[in-house]
Design a protein. Structure first.
Length: 105
């Protein structure tokens, strides 16, 4: 069983028990629940597929927030040759870690 849901600007494929990182949600606290109610596709265990137009009525996915995570540091170096010009930047993208609890029809 899985569901394809719309989360702000991205589509996510979610299965019960999955742990994944989504773009940072500042309003989500560790231990709280998130409800994704924009379910675009739902595949049941018996193999039946329900496609929404644009969303499946009454379907939602409940996930638990694990916490905030930051990705590995990305190093960016720029330079201009023969100009004695160099620059070094670092970036760590923040994410929210979630665990999918259940898919409701």
């Amino acid at each position: 069983m899985y569901a394809i849901v719309r989360d702000r600007s991205r589509c996510l494929t979610l299965r019960p028990g999955d742990e994944l990182w989504v773009d940072r949600m500042p309003e989500a606290e560790a231990g709280s629940e998130l409800v994704f109610d924009q379910v675009q596709l739902l595949k049941a265990e018996d193999g039946s597929v329900t496609v929404g137009t644009p969303t499946v009525d009454g379907a939602s996915v409940v996930a638990e927030v694990i916490g905030e995570i930051r990705d590995k540091k990305l190093h960016v170096r720029t330079f201009k040759r023969r100009k004695s010009s160099k620059r070094h930047l670092g970036h760590r993208q923040p994410y929210t870690a979630i665990r999918v609890k259940e898919i409701r029809n």
